[in-house]
Ligand binder design. Structure first.
Ligand SMILES: [Zn+2]
Length: 418
């Protein structure tokens, strides 16, 4: 292994590495050199003495103790950083550092004012080994010092977006670091980045909107689609907390395909018309597909294109099955339109497979008699109503998706007429 940095899996270290990449205008952590670290470590004392960092480094870090004159704090912190810089060695294939595992943890054990939430003295908190402090190497200690530049603030807590896709992290870092540089140029107080382009009522909504309002519009698409873990934490002393939310790969894929497929307006409509539960379900990998169907108003929320994308990408529905349902849905729609939608209610209230099948057969017979043509062909049946090994028939989702196509065409007709 060459170079100083590579992805470690430790969210604080990786966040700092992403910030360093952005500062040094490099895309890949492997390209970071000691000269980059030296150059930007020199800026930290001046930045951090102008920044309320209590939520990140705890109440009394080296650089913000008001009892010590500012210039002294700057000097002490700069000396601390310089000592760490001198101890940096290239990564190898093994080591005792708890973060990177590629160098030995041969610097003094670090506590919560260096690595958040590692416990301090007898004060133990979210530290996985349940002992105070953390054995780290100098390179990881230094990386963590840059992590505040990557962190976002959300309602008094901090957010770290962590992913195995470094390109995504570097893209986020470009945004957050840019704000610090802008504030720095003005010479005033520095602050954590807060996304202003959207409002979020829950952490789950924050994560989903961050992806499709902030991350996806920046740069090329991500293939394979990455998974994201959003850490939400506070390391302030009195009120420590740490939690995380995952955005599964499929959910990211769905948001990305909607974005690149120009279905943004549809996605906006779906989110606007749905309750907060839709975000919780997206991040926990539970189904959201009935949010697309408003049975009461007989309408489709977000349109059938977005729905089809969702069931294919997230639910993994067989495209041949979806195609068969769409074809039958269109024929059904034409029949219902010609007969004044008299049987729509029967299809809607059918609450068993046999009953639904009976209604469909009735419509089929009538359609043939009225020379509207068949609604369902023999070949469609196995696709419409697949059975699992235990003999359970999947009919309910077919009923809903058929209704979805009927509602959509109903509304199109109305629009044409009005
Ligand atoms: Zn390390």
């Amino acid at each position: 292994m060459s170079g100083i940095y590579h992805l470690t899996g430790n969210p604080f270290v990786d966040s700092g590495i992403a910030a360093l990449c952005s500062l040094s205008k490099k895309d890949n952590p492997m390209e970071l050199e000691l000269s980059d670290l030296r150059r930007y470590a020199r800026r930290l004392p001046s930045w951090f003495t102008r920044w309320k960092l209590g939520a990140f480094f705890g109440p009394n870090p080296k650089f913000s103790n008001p009892a010590i004159p500012k210039e002294d704090r700057k000097r002490h912190y700069a000396e601390y950083l310089n000592r760490r810089l001198e101890q940096i060695r290239p990564a190898s294939n093994e080591g005792t550092c708890a973060a990177c595992g590629s160098r030995d943890a041969d610097v003094e054990r670090v506590f919560r004012e260096i690595h958040p939430l590692t416990g301090s003295g007898t004060f133990l908190n979210f530290f996985s080994f349940f002992e105070p402090g953390l054995p780290l190497c100098a390179a990881c200690v230094l990386a963590i010092q840059f992590a505040p530049l990557y962190s976002m603030s959300r309602r008094g807590r901090l957010v770290l977006i962590h992913s195995h896709d470094m390109r995504l992290m570097v893209n986020v870092a470009r945004l957050t670091v840019h704000q610090i540089q802008r504030l720095d140029a003005r010479g005033g107080q520095l602050d954590f980045f807060t996304p202003r382009s959207y409002a979020a009522r829950s952490d789950e909504e924050f994560l989903v909107k961050l992806v499709y309002e902030v991350i996806l519009p920046r740069g090329r698409a991500y293939y394979p689609p990455p998974a994201i873990r959003m850490y939400v934490f506070r390391n302030s002393g009195q009120r420590n907390e740490l939690g995380y939310i995952d955005l599964p790969t499929q959910a990211f894929h769905f948001l990305q395909e909607a974005y690149t497929g120009e279905l943004n307006a549809s996605l906006d409509e779906l989110f606007k018309q749905s309750s907060l539960e839709i975000y919780q379900r997206l991040v926990t990998g539970r189904s959201i597909w009935w949010f697309f169907i408003d049975r009461r108003k007989r309408r489709v929320v977000g349109g059938s294109k977005l729905f089809e994308l969702y069931v294919k990408v997230v639910e993994g529905m067989d495209p041949a099955r979806l195609e068969a349902i769409r074809k039958v849905g269109k024929r059904l729609s034409r029949y219902l339109e010609k007969t004044g939608y008299k049987q729509l209610r029967d299809l809607e209230v059918a609450d068993g497979y046999q009953q639904f099948l009976l209604e469909l057969n009735r419509i089929q017979k009538d359609a043939v008699e009225k020379r509207i043509g068949p609604i369902v062909e023999i070949d469609d049946f196995t696709k419409l109503f697949p059975e699992n090994q235990e003999g359970r028939v999947f009919w309910k989702e077919t009923q809903n998706i058929l209704l979805l196509y009927v509602y959509e065409l109903m509304h199109k007709e109305k629009e044409v007429r009005s």
